[in-house]
Ligand binder design. Structure first.
Ligand code: NAP
Length: 240
């Protein structure tokens, strides 16, 4: 059996490791980060060239199934995979880790709404963890932003008063507490990524009574078989 595994997440690496070497896994990464954590098995790196490129790739490289284990906010590749797999009648599974319960967070629909919420609430020392591409929505924001990202954001997109913290998860609770305290943070802005790797910032914010602005997930494409765990994805593949 050979599968295309759309990755770039810890779950995708765990799934590749669970299947290797019984299943021939071709993991696909977008190529956004210069030194990505690599899964075991074959890896291809870079975009496919939109829906048509993915269709071509899957026609040239026959696979028995496509498993989409990309990040919950990687909505474009997820939509492309859903469309192409439906067109080609290819078995297709979405591995989507459960969302975090929002609790008392101010839930917003996108980065722009998050910036509006920050302005409305007059937060002035914001820990912005929505990633390199989400920063642009805060470009005209007043206040000071601690911007955490894996790779450096485009300088033109950064808010006027900022400090960039380059780092990659997983993060530990004690370290997140230290970040919030050291920088006298008064609000945390996060995507609802779910999972354990980046969860400690929420626990630390809750412990310190720091409000959270949480960007809700984009909707999943309709009609795609979805599981929440690596184990369930393995079980689905074993049944094929
Ligand atoms: P996206 O907006 O859904 O995708 C944008 C384009 O990047 C896609 O159209 C596709 O290019 C290419 N692409 C994305 N994932 C790919 C993959 N696994 N293999 C090959 N091409 C891929 O994705 P994104 O939000 O930029 O995320 C990019 C990657 O980073 C994903 O693999 C995701 O799992 C990972 N990641 C994302 C986040 C996040 O917050 N968004 C966080 C952690 C990790 P073509 O149209 O040319 O095929």
């Amino acid at each position: 059996m050979r599968i295309l595994l759309l990755g770039g997440t810890g779950e995708a690496r765990a799934l590749a490791a669970a299947l290797h070497p019984d299943v021939e896994v071709i993991s696909s990464l977008a190529g956004r980060v210069p030194d990505p954590a690599l899964p075991v098995g074959q890896v291809r790196i870079g975009g496919f060239g939109g829906v048509d490129g993915l269709r071509r790739w899957l026609t040239d490289t026959p696979v028995d199934a496509v498993v989409d284990a990309t990040h919950p906010f990687a909505a474009t590749i997820t939509a492309h995979a859903a469309e192409v797999c439906a067109d080609l009648a290819l078995p297709h599974l979405l591995l989507a880790r459960p969302a975090w319960p929002p609790g008392d967070a101010i839930v917003v629909g996108n980065d722009r709404e998050a910036a509006e919420a920050v302005a409305r609430q007059r937060f002035s020392r914001v820990f912005l963890t929505t990633g390199r591409t989400g920063v642009g929505a805060f470009r005209d924001s007043v206040g000071w932003f601690l911007v955490r990202a894996v790779t450096p954001p485009d300088i033109a997109l950064l808010p006027r008063h900022h400090h960039v913290l380059l780092s990659r998860g997983p993060y530990r609770y004690d370290d997140e507490m230290a970040v919030l305290r050291t920088h006298r943070i008064d609000a945390l802005v996060t995507k609802n990524s779910g999972g354990e790797m980046t969860r400690p910032k929420l626990d630390a914010a809750a412990a310190l009574g720091i409000p959270v602005v949480m960007v809700d997930r984009p909707p999943l494409p309709p009609g795609v078989r979805t599981v929440a765990t690596v184990e369930d994805a393995v079980a689905w593949l074993r049944c094929r």
